[in-house]
Design a protein around this ligand. Structure first.
Ligand code: BGO
Length: 267
């Protein structure tokens, strides 16, 4: 049976360049079911049993754009065996916002830091070991344009797909938020597979009604969420977004060194 790998990333991260380099002419182009969003699939050039699905370019797994909904429905329902997450190394902070969400899905992730030719030319440094530790997943550097590191990135995704076990994400929200997530987790119905429970708990906390619409039984967690919102004086979705950005800021501080600067300043 074919190994299914999803290629995910922000618009302009180099996804098309990477997809074309990995699959060559072994591509099938159509539309995602029911929508006019282009769907591209292709087999790895040298490993025809590996099918890569190119997800729409997105910044987040929120429910606000058609592309986000298409991408996350695919990840939730089709459950690819691994995600190859391409991130633009020259724009790491913005790109990692999606990465932190992909890591919550319980699917093995390889982060491929792209445009490393530009990063190197600029004299900047990315500590990939530290980045891998901070995220809790495999990290490699590639240049999709110059075709360096791309076979290694694909091979790592195939290896993780075959191993079939995602690492738990390293990121934890603040203790107050984690306490609410634990309470939501304890009330999730058995229909939610264990590896997807954290994703569902976060989406329930965010009051994401496109996610609750997928559930046969929705736990009544409104009062829990309201209490957290009152205590933290913000709405649940903003609490999650702000904590994600703080976490990413700390990662950038640890892992990205700008030329002539000991550590990158965080905006
Ligand atoms: C243009 N290194 C460098 N230097 N550039 C890269 C790399 C890399 O590793 N990977 C991709 N690019 P897409 P999405 C362009 O098209 O694959 C470049 O949206 C231009 N075009 O060549 O399209 C890639 O699918 C004119 O650049 O991304 C492309 O994710 C001038 O990043 C751009 C300069 O790649 C986006 C660049 C007419």
């Amino acid at each position: 049976m074919a190994v299914k790998i999803a290629l995910a990333g922000n618009p302009n991260s180099g996804k098309t360049t990477l997809f074309n380099a990995l699959t060559g002419s072994n591509q099938f182009v159509g539309n995602w079911p029911g929508v006019t969003v282009e769907k591209k699939e292709g087999r790895l050039k040298d490993q025809k049993d590996v099918m890569i699905t190119d997800l729409p370019g997105i910044y987040s797994l929120s429910p606000y754009t058609l592309e986000e909904v298409v991408a996350r429905n695919y990840l939730i329902h089709e459950r690819p065996e691994a995600i190859l997450n391409i991130v633009d190394g020259t724009n790491l902070e913005r790109n990692l916002y999606l990465t932190t969400q992909l890591l919550e899905l319980g699917i093995p992730v390889v982060v491929a830091v792209n445009m490393i030719d530009v990063v190197n030319k600029n004299g900047d440094l990315i500590d990939t070991q530290q980045l891998a530790k901070a995220l809790g997943c495999e990290v490699v550097t590639i240049s999709a344009l110059k075709q360096t590191g791309i076979q290694e990135a694909a091979a790592l995704a195939v290896k993780l797909a075959k191993q079939g076990q995602a690492l738990p994400p390293a990121h934890r929200f603040s203790p107050k938020v984690e306490k609410v997530l634990d309470a939501i987790l304890s009330q999730l119905p058995a229909e939610i597979p264990s590896e997807m429970q954290r994703f569902y708990a976060i989406k329930l906390f965010e009051r994401d009604d496109k996610i609750t619409a997928k559930m046969n039984t929705v736990p009544d967690v409104g009062a829990l969420i309201q209490k957290a919102e009152d205590e933290l004086d913000d709405d649940a979705e903003s609490i999650i977004t702000n904590e994600r950005y703080n976490y990413i800021g700390s990662i950038i501080h640890q892992c990205y060194t700008k030329k002539n600067q000991s550590r990158m300043s965080v905006s």
